[in-house]
Ligand binder design. Structure first.
Ligand SMILES: [Zn+2]
Length: 317
């Protein structure tokens, strides 16, 4: 085709003009290319599917593993999250737990909190987190959020008794205690809506500490609860079958709806919140926004839901 022909077909200068207007090259108000955002979204979906596969595989072939599998619950609070996703950390709590000894938990749930802690919770870790440099223009927002939620002061150096390096070493130690695979840390679990913040705080802490090893993946606690719930139902089914009862195997129904149910379960519970919080939040009479209170209550709720019947029998010595 001749150059002249190209021109007739609307080529040359006009074509270049259209090329510059390629929608994939369009940028957002924050200067990010749409094609990059689409790629990130694709990657995010793949990661979600991988997470679901991994969680499901934990109990698929061996449902009785639900009785002794150890896993980590985590919660971080922040002074603020900027419009660019930067976080200003405030407090963090981590526990490792399993359902083993859940029987004791049930027997003791009306007694002292310490008795409950030694039942299913294996390790507890809590620390206030140095907020670091406050992003420009966000100081007032940080103060407002602290006042409305966790009440942790922004500039009280005495609160930060642990360095970033100490904190990262502690976190990695708790994770390695569960299972150590070089360069493949075990996942940590939190409520779905908190995953982005937890991931950002972990990234920040590891970066500030100059840590080289990869951050642990942050997985959905609702997904974990669903998988555990299903494993418990499967155990009951196997047991009923052995008894010669005519029973139907458990089936997975609407996944999205079930996740919502698990979310509500994790946000409910009739535990005395005042007995779960750290000394600072106890003193402040703030029982709702303490990260230690949150992870403890979630652990108790999980045990309360799953530590009877089949799981209790699995943990009998
Ligand atoms: Zn607290």
């Amino acid at each position: 085709m001749s150059y002249k022909g190209n021109k007739k077909a609307g080529g040359g200068k006009d074509n270049r003009h259209f090329a510059e207007k390629d929608p994939a090259e369009a940028v957002t108000t924050k200067g990010r290319r749409l094609c990059d955002l689409e790629k990130e979204e694709e990657e995010r979906k793949c990661q979600e599917q991988r997470m679901r596969r991994e969680i499901r595989s934990l109990f698929e072939t061996q449902p009785s593993a639900v009785a002794y599998k150890r896993f980590i619950l985590v919660s971080f609070s922040t002074h603020c999250v900027t419009s660019n996703g930067e976080v200003v950390p405030a407090e963090g709590s981590i526990i490792s737990m399993s359902l083993k000894n859940g029987k004791n938990f049930l027997l003791n749930r009306c007694l002292f909190i310490d008795t409950m802690i030694i039942s299913g919770i294996r390790t507890e870790w809590h620390s206030f987190l140095n907020p670091g440099e406050i992003p420009f223009g966000y100081r007032a927002e940080c103060l407002r959020i602290a006042r409305k939620t966790h009440n942790i002061p922004l500039d009280t150096e005495e609160l930060y008794t642990k360095s970033d390096a100490d904190i990262c070493r502690d976190i990695m130690q708790i994770i390695a205690d569960i299972c150590y695979v070089p360069d493949q840390p075990q996942p940590v679990f939190c409520m779905d809506e908190e995953r982005s913040t937890v991931r950002s705080v972990l990234e920040l802490l590891f970066k500030r500490a100059g840590q080289k090893y990869p951050n642990p993946p942050v997985y959905s606690l609702e997904e974990m609860m669903l998988a555990m719930d299903h494993a418990v139902k499967k155990l009951k089914f196997i047991k009923d079958q052995k008894k010669g009862l005519k029973v139907e195997p458990p089936v997975s129904s609407d996944h999205v709806l079930n996740l919502e149910v698990m979310k509500n379960v994790l946000l409910s519970g009739d535990f005395d919140a005042s007995a779960t919080v750290c000394p600072f939040h106890d003193e402040a009479d703030n029982f709702e926004h303490c990260t230690l209170g949150k992870v403890r209550r979630r652990a108790y709720i999980i045990m309360d839901r799953l530590c009877d019947g089949e799981v209790r029998n699995q943990t009998k010595n």
